[in-house]
Design a protein around this ligand. Sequence first.
Ligand SMILES: [Zn+2]
Length: 459
Amino acid sequence: MGWAIYCRISKDQKGEGHGVDRQENDCRKFASLHNLEVVDVYTDNDISAFSGATRPAYEQMMQAAKDGQLEGIICWHIDRLYRRSVDLENLVEIVETTGVEVRTVKAGDLDLNTATGRMMARMVATIANYEVDHMTERLKASEEQRAMQGKWRGGYVPHGYRNIKGEGRLEINENEAQWLRRATDLLLEGHSLRSVVKSLNAEGSLTNHGNQWRSVTLRNALLNPTIAGFSTHKKKIVGKAQWPAILEENKWHQIRALLTDPARRTQQGTDRKWQGAGVYRCGKCGGKLYSMGAYGGKRSYMCRECGGVHRSQQPLDALVDRVVIGYLSKPENQITLASKADPKGPDLPKLKNERLQLLSRKTSLGELFGAGVIDRSQLVAGTREVEDALKKLDRKISDISATHPGLALVLNSDDVAAAWGGLSADNRAEVIDMLMTVTVMPGKRGPKFDPELIKIEWK
Ligand SMILES: [Zn+2]
């Protein structure tokens, strides 16, 4: 037993709530707000209730109600359930015999068990039809029009802006905007959302409501198309705004890709502090190692499953770092890593390969000039060409690896060790996990670290 959502599109109606998605969405929100368990959604498409045509989903739902399978029905508006009085009487009969409840998002609950309730239902339907069809429709249209012209329509002023009252436009609040730009850069460099929030708060940045930043407020602020100079209507981009952008369009697309990556979202809660947590393995039981509090003054990794393995964090991480940096210092291994990160498309490894070729062309230009094969103007022109190509390539690599922010850094860098050092623990963990299995073998008790007891297998 549970609640059914009923949605219907009708040709003769173009107002708010026209789309089935919107109807269902609003009904679901309503259900969760009122703690109603939704067990089924019934949708009839494009059949006018006036024409008397059958509504298969509606009939099915009514059958389910008669069979005692439904506690109640939720619909966006009662005009979705019936238009003709005969339909209403039908509904009344089912309500009376089954005790099924009817709730609507727009017109409240319908108590069809009483004469007054039934009369109300009829009146509400009449009045609301008028409203839905005419009044709201006109309002929405003008609002949409303004949005399409890129005008600010009032309401909640987004972070980084100030509303110029009466002029229908926004101006940048530089004081706030600079923090959004900084947060974007940090995120694109591979820092976790949480660590960026922490540093904004530590540096005294506040939201436009004067509050401390939280992950969700920062994420929403950066995802808002307004800051890239887009005008929106019903959360969709409808045009170029008349106000200036805080973030360059390209950069905004990058940050949006990064923040909406589903892989990232699941990681948000963990904000890893130690690269091996949940990555390194226990040599005794195969379980994952996690970071433990300071043990004898030193932080360590420990197997949570069997407790049989316990190792100092610092020398273990340092060993793994050395191995990874050594491995990635070879260009061909960077290509291997790229293909592991992007197994579906050959793009990333191919681009990485092109990048290496460009670098070597740059080097050879210098050699050719040194050997007197080309003259200075040829060297300058050639170098500029290579550098332009490199820039383009780096942008492409960043775009593709936006979902793996750590990788972008390593792959775009000419100094692997430095890039590795600059990665967050989260990003290092991702790369380590892609490349190898690190197993910590049980050893003698004591603080001594023995590299022989660390088994590294390439994946
Ligand atoms: Zn274990």
